[in-house]
Design a protein around this ligand. Sequence first.
Ligand SMILES: Nc1nc2c(c(=O)[nH]1)N[C@H]1C(S)=C(S)[C@@H](COP(=O)(O)OP(=O)(O)OC[C@H]3O[C@@H](n4cnc5c(=O)[nH]c(N)nc54)[C@H](O)[C@@H]3O)O[C@H]1N2
Ligand SMILES: Nc1nc2c(c(=O)[nH]1)N[C@H]1C(S)=C(S)[C@@H](COP(=O)(O)OP(=O)(O)OC[C@H]3O[C@@H](n4cnc5c(=O)[nH]c(N)nc54)[C@H](O)[C@@H]3O)O[C@H]1N2
Ligand code: SF4
Ligand SMILES: [Mo]
Length: 745
Amino acid sequence: MIQPDAVDTHTALRICPFCEATCGLVLTISSGAVTSARGDREDVFSAGFICPKGASFGQLDGDPDRLTAPLVRRDGELVEATWDEAFQAVADGLGAVVGEHGGRSVAVYAGNPNAHTIAGGLYVPLIIKGLGTRLTFSASTLDQMPKHVSLGLMFGNPVAFTVPDVDRTDHLVVIGANPMVSNGSLATVADFPGKLKALRKRGGRLIVVDPARTRTAELADQHIAPRPGTDAALLLAVVHTLFDEDLVDLGALAPHVTGLDDVRALADGFAPEVVADHCGVTATEIRALTRDLAAAPSAAVYGRMGTSTVEFGSLGSWLVDVVNVLTGNLDRPGGVMFPQSPVSSAPRPPKPGRGFRTGRWHSRVSGHPEVLSELPAAALAEELATPGDDQPRAVISIAGNPVLSAPDGDALSRALDGVDFMLSVDPYLNETTRHADVILPPPPPSQSAHFDVALSSTPVRNNARYSPPAVELAPGRLDEPEILSRIALILYGLGPFADPALVDEQVITMTLAKETADPESPVAGRDPEELTAMLTAGRGYERRLDMMLRLGPYGDWFGAREDGLTLERLKAAPHGIDFGALRPRLTEVLRTPSGKVELAPAPLVADVARLAASLERSADDFVLIGRRHLRSNNSWMHNLPALAGGTNRCTLQIHPLDAEDLGITDRARIKGPGGELEAPVELTDAMRRGVVSLPHGWGHDPGAGQRVAATQPGVNVNQLNDGLTLDPLSGTAVLNGIPVQLAPA
Ligand SMILES: Nc1nc2c(c(=O)[nH]1)N[C@H]1C(S)=C(S)[C@@H](COP(=O)(O)OP(=O)(O)OC[C@H]3O[C@@H](n4cnc5c(=O)[nH]c(N)nc54)[C@H](O)[C@@H]3O)O[C@H]1N2
Ligand SMILES: Nc1nc2c(c(=O)[nH]1)N[C@H]1C(S)=C(S)[C@@H](COP(=O)(O)OP(=O)(O)OC[C@H]3O[C@@H](n4cnc5c(=O)[nH]c(N)nc54)[C@H](O)[C@@H]3O)O[C@H]1N2
Ligand code: SF4
Ligand SMILES: [Mo]
């Protein structure tokens, strides 16, 4: 019998990978299992903040439905296999397709958790490169691709995120985001709720623009509730008012901005009085919103999903930053600022760039332009299902569940069943991975190291943090970097059983050759072999992180800067290293052809005609928007008893008066362009009239491998969506603002 005191209990630090807030956690570990999680008060970034998802780390980590061994399809059934058998099946299946049709016939779908793992940041790109495929799809075109487009066109850099300086701003306008629930996105802010409250306490103002009275709206000084899909028109009316009332004040930005007159001319036809009815707000509200923004000592406009995954997503994302520029709030404390990632390149001297281009290739079936080397996730099903010479023959899905997250999952399910081979890298058997021929499961997060490769470019304070695995990798398991490296080895023709370190060493060799040959690099002219020898001895991903940190803005530049950052120094600071508040760095960031902020890029200017035409359209009776729940995360956290149930349910929210008009009481029938669903109704006057909301990530397949989720499956909202309406410049699916018809069920 085990004596209580014989149980090995200790704590370990681990950055939470479940949302963009990146909170530091203290995990309690008993005999290898995570028994509790609390916020790490000493974490330099999160200072102890935690939410219910982070607090459920142990349950998620130890979920009995997580796959513990690979699954391989044999005689139509997915059965457990050894890693060697599974990799052999991948080599055979992928090898056959690549041998006959080439790597270009393989489509890759990369899901959201790749933004939260080292493996996603460092190895997924190598798989895509190894295939040489142009068929790459990701959750970005269900999310933030419009922002990449607008940043690329305005600043010449599609990842130069403009993050609201929440700690210092006097006036925050949140449009189409609900950070009280989402905990922030493209703005990495631990304790967003606390920071919003602090803003109000120091006398600052919070304005929320959202068709629903969300928890963020409830906290605000003012809530404006427009009709869904009209943010771009509303923001252009704000721009109009800034010019009209002589409120434009670029301040220190003036020498760095072009296109001011073009923007003024574009906004000409968008007076508040013209757009008010269309937007469903009054002209007085729009003018007051504008005057308050202009009058604030500092102000930041911050937009997310509600501004992005809509018909005019790129325009809306652009206009958010146009307003930030016109009010002089770009790149200054209290405005929106550019964070500096520790794994970005060390700053180079300012210089013009080549500009941001999309459409270097187009999708086969509908001719959608490539954006950041990706095609629209909404077009994955038709690409797979439409016969033709270039029809994709295989699919690799990594950390994604597009059958639930993308429009028309039924069509995608059928299409996935039709390919010659499908590989999934995922801890669960779910609605998407059940179509795979091989599933390779990564270990639970406690057994993985953590560094925020992607989210290091969006923090509200510059910092670096690293968590080694909190628990030793269980015997017989492979960590995700190794799983993805072995897939890459197959694609490189070396077979799955070659040394995975080869993959990292090749990246290191190529990167250091390039850096040492670049006269502007801090290691210009040095010997790549000498630098390689200086890297930490460890796992391949650690060596690559060490290299990236050392070459980065805070790096030791391989010994050239005495106190500079290395992975060893970062490990010696287990609660992280704070590099301070964001600092102005516009000229470092700009890479447009003009070398300036291009306020009126041609593709965006051209799209305004489409926006103008929409003003003439008659409004739909009812439109559908989405919502998130604090105890949920897209499609994959409904399997944890601690998070499921209560108010976290898949209900149709509707205004009581709308329900009364329609005779809807407890259940409604909802018809959209892509299909029909039935859902229980939740009456709430938090919804604007004419607007209803259903959350996404539901519609669980009771036959898949998530037993708790199967007891409350909900319905898949994306089945209402035919996926044909996209924001054309970014290929992003319209997920908010879908016309629907309602009836009692
Ligand atoms: N209607 C509607 N649809 C939406 C949205 C909406 O607001 N409304 N939101 C959209 C947004 S913003 C997003 S980001 C997408 C998300 O779209 P997806 O990324 O396609 O979907 P997720 O539900 O996040 O699925 C994540 C998958 O990763 C797996 N996973 C979890 N952790 C790991 C890991 O460490 N490694 C690996 N390999 N796999 C892991 C999970 O088991 C799950 O299968 O959904 C989009 N869909
Ligand atoms: N708890 C929890 N946290 C999460 C997630 C989760 O699923 N659950 N998902 C994570 C992911 S992947 C992401 S991308 C982020 C998203 O983070 P957010 O964007 O902050 O989250 P959403 O809840 O999608 O907020 C979008 C808001 O836009 C509103 N809206 C809808 N249409 C319109 C419109 O046309 N105009 C305006 N102005 N508003 C509109 C909606 O009512 C909603 O309140 O959250 C992340 N964090
Ligand atoms: S807010 Fe996000 S990062 Fe922080 S504990 Fe919750 S899920 Fe984890
Ligand atoms: Mo997302």
